[in-house]
Write a protein that binds this ligand. Structure first.
Ligand SMILES: *Cc1c(COP(=O)(O)O)cnc(C)c1O
Length: 393
């Protein structure tokens, strides 16, 4: 059977795996830093690039390659580069594609560390950074400059789950001769494939749903052979932001169940969102699957599921929100997300705690806002755990 004809769930289990002569069924882990050549001429040919093959594990390792090829197949991209973390994936994109004098236009609602990476570090090297309101295409357009090289966005965004049209943002970018980079961490390719919608590059924190069980740190970049396969790969080869083969193996196992897990996350999140929406202690619920969500229609067209992140405002501000957190017995109090275990976070005092009161107001980070990464536990147990602080629905 032609591998190209495989459906998503099959690719997630089968793509990219090459068995060794041992005939192992599960993917082999190669804990080796270097590889041996048959002759001086073969070593020279490998280093020179005239012969393919393994050289040194900073930039070639079979287990990491299995993962890269599998994720490339799932995102529908020509090339994938795996990295040590989601942040190093974003760093490698910036180092590989930008030069002094370029401009990056970034969504205001991205992962906080991404904003810091751009402002505090990439900005040091003569790259201009500015920000646009994720859901306002006119604001993106107004922010474009002749030197804008990259547009960077996450959709849905954290923690308020706002959604932007990837297709329209890609058109805007391309009309300006710029590239669109999408952080696809919240949806994963199981729910959203940005390259098919016109984005040029996808970045991932594999730490979240791709692993799915909170075990390992990793990241990846997917896109075309020129920019990702050469320019970004060059940063990995020389800069060494490499993924360990042990972690690549964990992510391979994670990908095998990705479709099933994402479906179960979506089902649980949808039920929780409806339950919260009807709860008298809740002021507002943020979930793209709700008809009341401002971009519900767009999310329905762009995504094949609404994801596992649900945020909501508890009446009574920070005190009431903290009471909900401190009354839970099962939900994990941690800022991590995309895990089989449900987690609960108070953004205003953790992930967004460094924002000023005015910045919080502007970005909608209310004192009573809670974010739940809805896990795979029984939904009634999740609701019962929240009920201890919220009261009965
Ligand atoms: C966690 C996260 C990152 C950073 O990934 P790490 O693996 O923690 O470095 C980037 N983007 C999003 C949306 C994230 O949630």
């Amino acid at each position: 059977m032609d591998n190209n004809a495989w459906e998503f769930a099959t690719l997630a289990i089968r793509a990219g795996h090459v068995r060794t002569a041992e005939g192992e069924h599960s993917e082999a882990i190669f804990p080796t830093s270097s590889f041996v050549f048959g002759s001086a001429a073969e070593a020279a040919a490998r280093f020179g690039g005239s012969e393919p093959g393994n050289i040194y594990a900073r930039f070639t390792n079979p287990t990491v390659r299995y993962f890269q090829e599998r994720l490339a197949a799932l995102e529908g991209g020509e090339s994938c580069v795996a990295t040590s973390s989601g942040m190093s994936a974003i760093l490698a994109v910036m180092l590989g594609l930008l030069k002094a004098g370029d401009h990056v236009l970034c969504s205001r609602s991205v992962f906080g560390t991404t904003t810091l990476l751009l402002q505090n570090y990439i900005g040091k090297f003569g790259v201009e950074i500015s920000f646009a309101d994720l859901t306002d295409l006119a604001d993106w357009e107004a922010g474009l400059q002749s030197n804008t090289r990259l547009l960077f966005a996450e959709t849905p965004a954290n923690p308020l789950t706002e959604v932007v049209s990837i297709r329209e943002l890609a058109e805007l970018a391309h009309r300006n001769g710029s590239l669109l980079v999408i952080d696809n961490c919240f949806c994963t390719p199981a729910l959203q494939r940005p390259l098919e919608l016109g984005a040029d590059i996808v970045v991932h924190s594999a730490t979240k749903y791709l692993d799915g069980q909170g075990r390992a740190l990793g990241g990846a970049i997917v896109g075309d052979a020129e920019r990702v396969g050469k320019d970004v790969y060059g940063v990995l080869r020389t800069g060494g932001v490499s993924m360990s083969p042990f972690n690549a193996w964990i992510f391979l196992k994670g990908l095998e169940t990705l479709s099933l897990r994402m479906k179960a996350h979506c089902d649980n999140a949808m039920q929780l969102a409806h339950w919260l929406e009807a709860h008298p202690a809740i002021g507002q619920v943020f979930y793209p699957g709700l008809a009341a969500h401002p971009q519900h229609e767009l999310a329905r067209q762009q995504q094949s599921g609404f994801g596992g992140i649900v945020s909501f405002i508890v009446r009574g501000g920070q005190e009431a929100a903290w009471k909900v957190i401190d009354s839970t017995r099962m939900l994990s109090i941690t800022a991590n997300l995309g895990d089989a275990k449900s987690t609960i976070t108070h953004p205003a005092t953790t992930t967004h705690g460094r924002l000023s009161a005015e910045q919080k107001r502007q970005s909608g980070i209310a004192d009573g806002l809670l974010r739940v990464s809805v896990g795979l536990e029984n939904i009634q147990d999740i609701q019962r755990d929240l009920m201890q602080g919220l009261g009965e629905a």
